[in-house]
Design a protein around this ligand. Structure first.
Ligand SMILES: Nc1ncnc2c1ncn2[C@@H]1O[C@H](COP(=O)(O)OP(=O)(O)OP(=O)(O)O)[C@@H](O)[C@H]1O
Ligand SMILES: [Mg+2]
Length: 177
């Protein structure tokens, strides 16, 4: 453990692509239980920042910890602590909603019974209980988004990252999310 009680701690975080600084010294902290949003125009560096916090990109400078684990020194511990909903959807279209959640559970090494227990309430939460046995390719855009959010929570992560999860959704679904 490198940090204290903060859910996310970011200090002077930098990401350079060649000469270009996509993220230039960002600092913030997020407390447990806090819903933290960061806004910026296209290209501001939001996705790049999230990618560093999720250990998908290595920072060029500064430091960050998630759920008490340093993103550079303890990437595996960070990955075990987080859920992630990407800006672009990453569902398996040929699987049903339920199969997508089960597959995710397998990847995280969860016992089958635990996945089954958690799946029902999550599908209920995102309003997909009655569509869970249908292939994702037949879902609408909003349904896919909602399934992704359920999937991001299957393994009960301590921190959930959402990169523009309401992109392309109608106002009702936005507000629901
Ligand atoms: N792999 C890369 N190589 C070079 N430049 C990159 C790379 N990834 C991102 N960038 C640049 O970094 C900047 C920040 O991009 P990023 O995707 O983080 O922005 P964003 O705030 O998420 O934007 P949007 O609102 O459009 O999603 C952009 O100028 C982008 O072109
Ligand atoms: Mg982005």
């Amino acid at each position: 453990m490198t940090a204290g009680r903060h859910a996310v701690e970011v200090e002077g975080l930098v990401k350079r692509f060649g000469e270009f600084a996509a993220v230039d010294g960002v600092s913030f902290t997020v407390e447990p239980g806090e819903l933290f949003g960061f806004l910026g125009p296209n290209g501001a560096g939001k996705t790049t920042t999230i990618s560093m916090l999720c250990t998908l990109l290595r920072p060029s400078g500064g430091r960050a910890s998630v759920a008490g684990h340093d993103v550079v020194a303890e990437p595996d511990a960070v990955r075990r602590s987080i859920g992630l909903v990407f800006q672009d959807t990453t569902l398996d279209d040929l699987l049903t909603g339920e199969q997508n959640l089960r597959f995710h559970g397998v990847l995280y090494g969860l016992p089958e019974a635990e996945v089954v227990n958690r799946m029902g309430p999550l599908l209920e939460m995102v309003g997909l209980s009655d569509r869970a046995d249908q292939r994702v390719q037949n879902y609408s855009g909003g349904m896919k988004r909602r399934l992704e959010i359920a999937r991001g929570l299957v393994h009960a992560p301590r921190v959930l990252f959402l990169d523009e999860p309401t992109l392309g959704l109608d106002p009702q679904t936005r507000s629901h999310i």
